[in-house]
Design a protein around this ligand. Sequence first.
Ligand code: CA
Ligand code: CA
Ligand code: CA
Ligand code: CA
Length: 350
Amino acid sequence: MNRWVLLAFLGCTAGTQEVTLPATVETDPVPHEGDAADDPAVWVHPKDPARSTIIGTDKRGGLAVYGMDGKELQYLKIGRLNNADVRYGFPLGGATVDIVAASEVDKDALFVFRIDPESGKLSSVTPRPVKLGISVYGCCLYRSAKSGKFYFIGTSYRGPAEQWELFDDGAGNVDARRVRRIEIASSTEGCVADDELGHLYIGEEREGIWKYGAEPDAGEARVRVDTCGRGGHIVPDVEGLAICHGAGGKGYLLASSQGDDSFVIYRREGANEYLGTFKVGKGTLDGVSDCDGIEVTNSPLGPGFPSGVFVAQDGSNDRGNQNFKLVPWPSVAGAFKLEVGPGWNPRAVR
Ligand code: CA
Ligand code: CA
Ligand code: CA
Ligand code: CA
């Protein structure tokens, strides 16, 4: 390499302070080959943090539940579930239950499962296939602090998103009614709602991240959080979105920047200021590439993850089919001087 090429090379690398963090645990691979794993969620156990679980979609056939050691506890063969999300304290049959909701791309339907607090296993509570009005792709849940109501938000291959209210059907199951449609011009997948602050973030895959109001009457008003390419911090597609809840409405919004195998951190509050970018690199486990969905929490999750976890789908797993990689949240927080905690108690949010 000649002198000028060398100088240009040094100039480029000097500006990119790349933070690479290793995963400490990985889940068992999903049963299906190819691009199959997609979106993880974390369920925090009500009493024993070590019995919390990772719930991950296998978009070629079902949904898996893993212990915090990554071992598979359950696999439900129930269709091509693409994204999944968790909420706590859903009123059902006179009690409250924790739920997982997922988007199914063949039937364009939403599914809801209840979580057995003893075993961490899931059972379906949507006997009626709830077919959405969009070619559904991603999804997330929202619990309104204003009304206490629970909502499913579905995104779509064509762009538009729909919000559905979830309710007890009176027979021990969950039914849903559509309460909102949001017009978006191109493919949307990743989304996440901030229950405390009332925001709904939607990733328009090749365009960027949008912030909407999460209430069903919030309309089409939106603010751009970041852009794919063109001076933004994301290399398309923008994929998974996740929120780390700090105290007092503070915390962090994280996004998967699939095109450069990286993860972007923003402030949760205010105007979602950009804070940094990191990758999950090779350590004792292989690194994460071509990531789809992510999840993050600072809730204590037992000895391996006493201050929470960042979970990322890995598009190419060295030891088999695709899986999910787990990074202790303090590794991420420490690298960017972020607040690690206090640990969030999702059940205290009312
Ligand atoms: Ca993929
Ligand atoms: Ca996608
Ligand atoms: Ca995806
Ligand atoms: Ca990998």
